[in-house]
Design a protein around this ligand. Structure first.
Ligand SMILES: Cc1ncc(COP(=O)(O)O)c(C=O)c1O
Length: 371
């Protein structure tokens, strides 16, 4: 049997045609018509006035945090169950991340724990939507308003998802997306910062492009980065965006099929299909092994690899990262839900190119290793 990869993107729309157009016209750098088109179309799709395309989702977070003026002396509340990019952006800006455990059913930040983390130094709350369902946004926006805090929404995994009917990527002061190939739409590598405030958009554009002074090129009042996206990447993005609705529908069918085939397996915790505010888009199909199994996710993943199935572990909690332990940070912190998910959770092949037949093969392999 051919190895079933954990992710394979679908690139069979206008991607090739638009890429050829870039090559033929010579627009291959970060200047060119697809950049503007992608920024306009994507930001409109998520209900924002401005979009700033960047090199990836991680640097989108870096630029967003700095653009909001978050820095030394500030604290930012973030979920512990997320990717390092979220904590790294806060730390690199000179601020301190304050971690919150997650909800055991949605795997998103437990919003009931957020307000107790607020101190005099808190400057912002970062919402990060995890795997398929959005975080419960409204209570966070209310807390932020009460305490005059900024809100950053990391919607890297949530293209096309909605919270109470409004697009993910439209909440708070600024939102970011990733277009890595495992995302619903991809540009190879890529990211976008979206916002409504034109001054914030301008600042992100400046930070993305080395903070060149407008009046005199090669003169800089401030240090920025080269975080630019290329026209080639944006060409892919425009082609992919044309198919976002189709991709979301496909992901939901894939998720429903996995659930239908796996739901009778005792001890395998499956992702929640919906909450009162959203229906999962199954960015990835995550599963959690109950303690009745005397092996953990790492062992299950090794067994599945032996049967030709690619998987990925769940996020490792931020408060337990060796890089922070070395700094002797967060040593007293306990987040039992995230700690359990890290050792017992992993995700199954979830890419858009996955066929129903391959899902059946994955399901058979999961049954074999668990029964
Ligand atoms: C929630 C979240 N934020 C940020 C990122 C970083 O995006 P990138 O891989 O494009 O740097 C990811 C990547 O998967 C992510 O899942």
């Amino acid at each position: 049997m051919k190895f079933i990869a954990v992710n394979e993107p679908l690139l069979d729309g206008n991607e090739e045609r638009y890429l050829v157009e870039c090559v033929r016209t010579g627009w291959i750098s970060s200047e060119g018509p697809f950049i503007k088109k992608f920024e306009e179309q994507f930001s409109r799709r998520v209900g924002r006035a401005h979009g700033v395309a960047v090199a990836n989702g991680s640097v989108a977070l870096d630029a967003a945090i700095v653009a909001l003026g978050i820095g030394p002396g500030d604290e930012v509340i973030i979920p512990t169950f997320t990717i390092i990019s979220c904590a790294a952006a806060v730390v690199r800006a000179g601020a301190v991340p304050v971690f919150v455990d997650c909800d055991p059913s949605t795997w998103n930040m437990d919003v009931a724990q957020v307000e107790a983390k607020i101190t005099k130094r808190t400057a912002a709350i970062m919402i990060v939507h995890i795997y398929g369902l959005p975080t419960d946004v409204d209570p966070i926006l209310q807390i932020a308003e009460r305490h005059h805090l900024k809100v950053i929404e990391d919607a890297a995994e949530m293209h096309g998802q909605k919270y109470k009917g409004l697009p993910c990527g439209s909440f708070g002061d600024v939102s970011i997306f990733s277009f890595y190939p495992n995302k619903h739409i991809t540009t190879g590598e890529g990211g976008m910062i979206v916002m409504n405030d034109p001054a914030l958009a301008e600042r992100c554009r400046s930070l993305r492009n080395l903070c060149f002074k407008a009046e005199q090129r090669f003169v800089h009042d401030e240090l920025g980065w080269n975080f630019r996206m290329t026209n080639l990447q944006a060409a892919l993005g425009v082609a992919q965006l044309e198919r976002l609705d189709e991709f979301i529908a496909k992901k939901r069918r894939m998720g429903a099929l996995y659930t239908e085939r796996l739901q009778d397996l005792a001890g395998l915790e499956l992702p929640l299909a919906r909450t009162e505010y959203a229906e999962s888009v199954y960015w990835v199909y995550g599963v959690v092994l109950h303690e009745r199994f005397n092996f953990n996710a790492k062992e299950a993943m090794a067994r599945l690899a032996g049967l030709g199935i690619g998987t990925r572990p769940f996020f490792w909690p931020m408060h337990q990262q060796p890089v922070f332990k070395r700094m002797e940070w967060f040593e007293q912190i306990r987040c039992p839900v995230a700690e359990r998910l890290a050792t017992r959770g992993f995700y199954l092949p979830s890419g858009l190119a996955l066929t129903e037949q391959q899902i059946e093969l994955v399901v058979a392999a999961v049954r074999e290793i668990l029964q």
